[in-house]
Each structure stands twice: as structure tokens, then as C-alpha cells.
Design a protein around this ligand. Structure first.
Ligand code: GLP
Length: 248
């Protein structure tokens, strides 16, 4: 399916990307203090989290009534493990920003009954009134959350087998220190599509092909990020260096 060329806000620096993303979060929380947000892990959103923490410390951001969810995690990994996405979010955002634990619902990636946990997670999102904002990073292979190429776009929170490319990218990021799990657990593309607003953050040269596939404007299961092309309230923030990125 071909859609109009997606509009992208090109940011001249990581700092500009972080500030612009933080402005979006601040606008939402001003408009709707009890908003429900889903948050990504990775290098890309680190600047955003630093910016949000600084604004919260300066009392320029009201986080007290917001609800937070995460997008994904490694299956079987507990919150004390260095690879844990829950631990990452606590360390980089929740704790330094002073977010109360009762405002946070993270995927229990080491739950014994993981299928039940996936259902409970969707129920918690629904009980929060659905996601007001899903903030996403982008995988080198075009994944969003851990929804890998070829994944079912009608899926809600579920367990996924991680691709070799994803596992290799993560092994490189952690300097090969850890065995990267074969499976992940992620909100589904249908969960993301149902969010009232989506904010996609794209930074770094390794994202060039995935961004080019998105900019080609054709929905394609091989590139999960293209599922966002039909979202009515999508904002894409990308580093200006990626403006010349090509698919081949
Ligand atoms: C992982 C996560 C994604 C994230 C991606 C990009 O694969 N599952 O949710 O968007 O990494 O990470 P980075 O921003 O470090 O490139």
C-alpha cells in the first residue's frame, strides 16, 4: 500500500532531537496530566530521558499523575539483570525523575506464565484508558518495540523470536559481554497502532536503511516501521544526517 510521503522533522543534533521530543511529552502532560505513555529503551532516547529528568528537577514537568509502560524487554530477564529494559528505564528515567512506582507498569519479562502476563499487560494498558503516546526507537532492521520483520501486525503484547541481526546489534552494543536472549516480549504493532499519538525517534547511521524503507512510503511487513505509515498522529524526529539515506 502506498501512502503520502511521511513528514519528518529533521533535527540538527541529538540535543535538538531530545528537546523536541521532550517538548512533545511536556505538551501532552500539560493537556492531559494523567496520560498513559509507552517508553522505549536504547541509545536513541537517552537524551530525551536526560531532558525530562532535568525538566522534572526544575519543576517544569508534571509527571505525578502520568502512567508509564515499557515497550519491550528480553524474555526471561529479571529486573536485576544488566540487560533488563525495566532496569534501564528505572535507572535513566523513573528514579532520577522521581516517578512513583505505582505510576509504572512494566512488562514482567521473567513471569512464569508469560502468556498470562502479556494478557494482563494489555489489560493494564486498557485500564489506563489506552496509550496516549507511544514513543519508539527504531531497530536497524526496521523493528519497532521488538516487532521483527515478518511479524503479525494484528498482534498485541506477545513473545517474539529475535532475529540474528537484532541479537548481533545488541551484542555489539554491549561489547559482547552478555549472551543475548533468543526471545523478547513486546507490545504488538496493534498495541502501538492503537496509541493516540506516536513519536518515532531515529538517530545514528545504522538506521539509514530502515528509515529509507519508511520514507519510501509503502507498507511492507519486511519493514515493521512501515506499519506506522497509516497512523493518523505520527511524528517522526530524525537526525539531519539521515536525510540522504538510501535503501540500497
Ligand atoms: C532495541 C529495542 C527497541 C529499540 C531499538 C533501538 O531493539 N527493542 O525498542 O528501539 O533497540 O535501540 P537504539 O536506540 O539503541 O538504537
Amino acid at each position: 500500500m502506498s501512502t503520502p510521503t511521511p513528514s519528518i522533522l529533521w533535527c540538527r543534533s541529538g540535543a535538538e532531537l531530545a528537546r523536541t521530543a521532550a517538548d512533545r511529552v511536556a505538551e501532552l502532560l500539560t493537556r492531559k496530566p494523567g496520560a498513559a505513555l509507552a517508553l522505549p529503551t536504547g541509545q536513541t532516547p537517552l537524551g530525551l530521558y536526560r531532558e525530562l529528568v532535568a525538566r522534572a528537577a526544575a519543576k517544569r514537568l508534571a509527571l505525578a499523575q502520568a502512567r508509564f509502560f515499557n515497550l519491550d524487554d528480553y524474555l526471561g530477564v529479571g529486573v536485576d539483570h544488566p540487560l533488563s529494559y525495566a532496569r534501564f528505564l528505572s535507572g535513566h528515567f523513573f528514579k532520577p525523575a522521581g516517578v512513583a512506582v505505582e505510576r509504572i507498569r512494566l512488562l514482567k519479562a521473567d513471569a512464569v506464565g508469560i502468556e498470562a502476563e502479556c494478557g494482563d499487560y494489555e489489560a493494564a494498558i486498557a485500564a489506563a484508558g489506552g496509550l496516549d503516546l507511544a514513543i519508539l526507537g527504531l531497530g536497524t532492521n526496521g523493528h519497532i518495540g521488538f516487532n521483527e520483520p515478518g511479524s503479525d501486525w494484528s498482534a498485541r503484547t506477545h513473545v517474539v523470536r529475535l532475529s540474528q541481526e537484532t541479537r548481533a546489534a545488541h551484542a555489539a552494543q554491549t561489547q559482547g559481554q552478555f549472551h543475548i536472549p533468543e526471545y523478547g516480549v513486546t507490545v504488538g504493532i496493534a498495541t502501538i497502532a492503537a496509541a493516540r499519538d506516536v513519536l518515532l525517534l531515529v538517530a545514528g547511521p545504522t538506521k539509514a536503511r530502515a528509515l529509507a524503507a519508511f520514507r519510501a512510503g509503502t507498507t511492507d511487513p519486511k519493514w515493521p516501521v512501515t506499519a506506522l505509515l497509516t497512523h493518523r498522529n505520527l511524528t517522526v524526529l530524525a537526525e539531519a544526517e539521515l536525510q540522504t539515506s538510501k535503501l540500497s
